[in-house]
Design a protein around this ligand. Sequence first.
Ligand SMILES: NC(=O)c1ccc[n+]([C@@H]2O[C@H](COP(=O)([O-])OP(=O)(O)OC[C@H]3O[C@@H](n4cnc5c(N)ncnc54)[C@H](O)[C@@H]3O)[C@@H](O)[C@H]2O)c1
Length: 382
Amino acid sequence: MSKQKPLNVGLVGYGFMGRTHSNAYKRVNDFFEVAHRPVLKAVCGRSDAGAKKFAETWGYESVETDWRKLVERKDIDAIDICTPNNTHAEIALAAAAAGKMILCEKPLSMNLKEGSAMADAVEKAGVRNTVWYNYRRVPAVTLAKSLIDEGKLGRIFHYRANFLQDWTISADLPQGGAGLWRLDAAAAGSGVTGDLLAHCIDTAIWLNGTIGTVCSMTETFVKERKHNLTGKVEPVGIDDACAFMCRFDNGSLGLFESTRYARGHKALYTFEVNGEKASLKWDLHDLHRLQYFDHRDDSALRGWRSIHVTDGEHPYMNRWWVPGLQIGYEHTFVHQVADFLADLAADRPTSPTFREALSTQAVCDAVLDSAEVGTWQTVIPV
Ligand SMILES: NC(=O)c1ccc[n+]([C@@H]2O[C@H](COP(=O)([O-])OP(=O)(O)OC[C@H]3O[C@@H](n4cnc5c(N)ncnc54)[C@H](O)[C@@H]3O)[C@@H](O)[C@H]2O)c1
């Protein structure tokens, strides 16, 4: 018999994120001492056969083919939204009305207006909520946060981040439908801005505070693609690439770039922060390392040090193996579930909440507006 209280999870969407989250729910109690145990109660997908296959593979107790039924089920405590961006709001609003806890994939919403309604709804219903900006829970990134908060970098001058991929270069790639909804503006809302830069912006706001103004450019390199749902060649409405500069409210300058047209890069998320006393940088392809330069070091020995973030005193690492042995991408989701459960027991919010994730949504909106009108835009404060 398990000594933890059950937390019955209803998962909506069993694609890429459905898998990472299911893995996290299954692993969390093996490594983290928390008061609750996630129970894989039900998985929901539009295809009965697909959902059943997923349920068998991952150990879900039951299957639904309509998320509305899942949301209304009395035996579900938490709804986990792992579906394309255009479905987040509708599912979250219904789940909040039904009094369920909600864990929603990023970006929170298609735009700020929709996200604001979601944040209002969860607050009005008084339900626990969080958004899966999982990179905050890479131990090296969490370590960067503590170094900055401790003041190790001093005054911050520069923040730069990139998220580079190369998977949509072929003009023959269709848009829309399974696997390719990210190229369809109706399902995704935007292209790299909401998909990839949202991660960079969330981390940046977390590490360096709010962004006040932005100036951006976007490009859609392939203007028309066959749409999988209609079978017709249709205009492409997403941004294939986006670059923007910004001013943070703490006076530092930011530079961000994302594209799916950087041949040779698969998921190169990098950021660098330059302060008066020290700098740090991180690279998703080497995610267990944090590069750190401290100007206060003895001048003869001064240089970039590569911290292998695997010691017991590093964030989350005392729960895993022994010093020197690294963990990976999937563990960031385990950490988010562990934090969610610890916060549930302590009755405190799990960051980022829907309300906190709105700041990223506001920057994304301002970036897309700026690209359209060609001038600096003020980010709507949230
Ligand atoms: N945190 C991260 O790093 C990260 C990474 C990838 C994706 N995401 C986000 O996760 C979400 C899902 O992305 P993904 O990569 O898992 O996509 P995916 O295409 O792999 O999976 C989406 C799933 O949703 C299902 N689905 C679509 N409409 C549905 C509906 N109405 N009812 C039930 N199921 C439905 C699809 O059949 C599929 O199983 C997106 O919002 C995306 O932005 C986040």
